[in-house]
Design a protein around this ligand. Structure first.
Ligand code: SAM
Length: 199
């Protein structure tokens, strides 16, 4: 397990060569106008994998509500390329989300929530997820602009948070950005950067 602090990432980029910085800028230029926020997820091992999904679907930024240091296992190192922002608590998060013009969507199991496949995405959505152990805090969920949930049909009461995020981002990007061409594929891998073929 590797605990990472946001300052570690800043330090990493200070030492990087221009080619690597240019690669990051090219990815940033293609990012889509939506965000993912996770409440208190920094304490569990899901965040690394979630960042990998966020990168695959060109998420604009990832907001960490609560803890700022996280376990990067599962990210394949891609967490360094993500746009991460730490917000100390729910109030700070909501103030930032309003200021940035996001529509906050609580992704949670809730009888009032719209089912994912029927959900109509606003122009600048922010998908808010809860932690694996506690879920989304009711105080924050109540203040979201809308709610969506992934339909489930089996016995298990809920999905893993990273799996949930992956399903939502896939649905959002393929429906709301249907004309976006996927990255080119070579030797059974997507090429993150078509110019260099490498991350
Ligand atoms: C494992 S769940 C948390 C469950 C929590 N222990 C509880 O019992 O309330 C982690 C997070 O994944 C997301 N999630 C899981 N299943 C979901 C579903 N079917 N629809 C929407 N979000 C879901 C939610 O954001 C949730 O807070």
């Amino acid at each position: 397990m590797t605990r990472v602090r946001l300052e570690d990432i800043e330090r990493f980029w200070r030492d990087q060569n221009p080619r690597r910085r240019a690669l990051r800028e090219r990815i940033d230029a293609r990012r889509l106008p939506y965000a993912v926020a996770v409440e208190n997820l920094s304490k569990d091992r899901n965040l690394g994998n979630l960042m990998r999904t966020a990168n695959a679907f060109l998420c604009g930024e990832i907001l960490l509500i609560g803890g700022a240091a996280f376990d990067e296992s599962g990210s394949g190192g891609i967490y360094r390329f993500e746009r991460l922002r730490h917000l100390a608590d729910g109030e700070t998060f909501l103030a930032y989300a309003r200021e940035a013009g996001y529509t906050v969507i609580a992704v949670e199991i809730d009888p009032r929530a719209e089912l994912l496949h029927r959900f109509v995405y606003p122009p600048k959505p922010l998908f808010l997820f809860g932690s694996e152990l506690q879920g989304l805090s009711p105080a924050l969920a109540e203040r979201a602009d809308s709610r969506l949930m992934i339909p489930q049909y089996g016995l298990i009461p809920c999905l893993n948070v990273t799996i949930s995020c992956s399903i939502v981002l896939y649905d959002h990007v393929t429906r709301a950005h249907a004309d976006l061409a996927p990255a080119p594929v070579k030797a059974s891998k997507y090429q993150l950067d078509p110019r260099s073929g490498r991350a």
